[in-house]
Design a protein around this ligand. Structure first.
Ligand code: BYC
Length: 479
């Protein structure tokens, strides 16, 4: 297939910049997948949203400056399509055993099944998140937030398209079968669940949603960044473009939690107390409850990086399929032959840091990058608390707290990083993770607010609106 295309062709049924009309077989295959996708969207996408006119951005070009076009769209008519970042015709494989060789434009036979597995795992998360969030429109805190939810949903839908394109274009019949399966597994389904743990957890309310978009979408950022280094060039270019869309998702999470914290500080002033009960009676979400939600969503997302010591990750790296964060900018030999990486491990009931072969610790290294990045937003939320003269500070719990994947799975670690006996952990769990009482309280706050300029009492309005519009703009028209 030719790789010179970069302008998006909107005259096609499936908008694309990959010259789809030059490949009739592929075009037909994707056109026959499309109705199943639309059916999935109607059945499991945002509830009751099909007739709404939503102020959405749509990609019109993959150039860095100005790919976004804003306008009212009915979501089932959104121009989902296939957009790859512009090719670099001289690109070389940036790491692993094939370092320095020209990137692959086709799937190397010996890596076919690994590559397919990576693409399927990535693809599976995208519709999963739409399914997890499909009921949230019924309880949105404002029209602005509802529009952002829908924007993220359509973009996750497009990210599914991105992976389905790779499966159809490069993996023949089994790729097409995998593409079907992406619409058949469902989040939380007992018989056909989504592949990764976090994508089977419910997102029951908007506090959870902001946490998800801050913490879990950020896993997406790091995984996509690692895949954007891939020696399989179509995957690399797809992920590069997906990353441009991902930034907005994390913005929604970061500013969402910031606005909740802002409102809580205002309520604390109004009720002249920092006691959780009084804050709740005043209509705010107390800081302790917010912290418990942080603890949950951060640790569920840490699990998404896989085992600390992983032969899968080493193989992906050696094969040139999945690199490290910003691999091309790192200044080592990109082969990790003799290098070490410090890894947290549990030994004799204590958490220790030990050097391990860096090749086996590639997952852990990506998690380290993620942890640093996650910390940045926490610091910004704390600035809100500080500016209100509130002493409380949000923190990220220890990386081994509440983990279900990796060396600390099944070991009881406190948020401070102390290994404790199981009965103590259970006795104190309610201090650290959302309780049934917390969930009920948050649920009691969830009411739909959709009049432009109005907002739920537990969250502050955003500082600014979308695309230069005021925040109280009519972002959605209900017909
Ligand atoms: N849940 O050697 P390991 C996003 C399994 S989010 C269940 O560490 P590996 C988004 C693992 O499969 C980003 N099982 O595995 C965000 C393996 O099974 P086998 C999604 C898990 O492969 C918000 C075994 O444990 N993209 O885009 O190195 C909204 C050994 O583990 C889990 C990707 O993840 C888990 N969490 O690492 C929308 C990128 N973790 O071989 C979208 C593609 C591990 O024993 N995926 N296991 O049967 C990957 O790179 C890798 O699959 C993982 C796992 C990093 C996830």
């Amino acid at each position: 297939m030719s790789i010179e295309h970069s302008n998006i062709d909107y005259s096609d049924l499936i908008p694309n910049n990959v010259g789809l009309s030059d490949n009739r077989r592929l075009q037909r295959a994707l056109e026959s997948w499309q109705p199943n996708y639309i059916k999935w969207w109607q059945d499991l996408g945002p509830n009751g949203s099909t007739k709404l006119d939503v102020y959405l951005r749509t990609a019109i070009s993959v150039e860095a400056d100005g790919w976004a076009n804003f306008g009212y769209v009915k979501m089932p008519e959104y121009r989902w399509g296939i957009f790859l970042a512009k090719p670099n015709l001289d690109r070389k494989i940036p790491f692993g055993d094939h370092l320095g060789q020209p990137v692959w434009q086709d799937v190397p036979g010996e890596y076919r099944s690994q590559l397919r597995r990576l693409i399927v795992t990535q693809g599976d998360t995208e519709p999963a998140s739409v399914e997890q969030q499909n009921h949230l429109g019924g309880t949105c805190p404002s029209l602005y937030d509802l529009r952002n939810l829908f924007q993220i949903n359509v973009e996750e839908g497009r990210h599914l398209w991105a992976m389905v394109y790779l499966l159809h274009a490069y993996f023949g019949r089994d790729g097409r079968e995998e593409a079907e399966m992406l619409l058949e597994r469902h989040s939380g389904d007992a018989d056909k669940p989504r592949i990764l743990g976090a994508f089977n957890e419910p997102t029951p309310d908007w506090l959870s949603y902001y946490m998800f978009t801050y913490f879990t979408d950020r896993d997406g950022k790091y995984q996509l960044a690692a895949l954007s280094e891939s020696g399989f060039d179509p995957l690399a270019r797809t992920c590069q473009f997906m990353l441009t869309e991902e930034a907005h998702h994390m913005f929604v999470g970061e500013t969402g939690i910031m606005r909740v914290a802002q409102r809580t500080c205002e309520v604390m002033k109004e009720v002249q107390s920092d006691e959780p009960k009084k804050v709740q009676e005043g209509g705010g979400i107390d800081l302790e409850t917010i912290q418990r939600y942080i603890n949950l969503h951060y640790t569920v997302s840490l699990d998404l990086f896989g085992q600390e010591i992983s032969t899968n990750a080493a193989t992906y790296f050696n094969s040139g399929l999945k690199g490290r964060f910003q691999e091309s900018r790192l200044t080592d030999n990109h082969q990790l032959t003799d290098s070490l990486w410090p890894v947290h491990l549990v030994e004799d009931g204590r958490i220790i840091l030990k050097d391990r072969p860096a090749l086996n610790a590639v997952n852990e290294r990506l998690r380290d990058d993620y942890i640093k990045d996650s910390q940045r937003g926490v610091a910004r939320w704390n600035q809100v608390l500080e500016s209100h003269g509130v002493e409380f500070r949000f923190t990220l719990p220890h990386r081994f707290f509440n983990r279900h994947i990796g060396t600390s799975a099944g070991i009881n670690v406190t948020p401070e990083g102390q290994v404790v006996p199981e009965d103590e952990w259970h006795a104190r769990q309610g201090e650290w993770l959302p309780t049934t009482g917390d969930e009920k309280f948050i649920e009691s706050l969830m009411h739909r607010v959709i009049e432009p300029g109005k907002i739920a009492a537990w969250i502050a309005p955003p500082v600014r609106g979308i695309n230069g519009k005021p925040w109280d703009y009519e972002y959605i028209r209900f017909n």
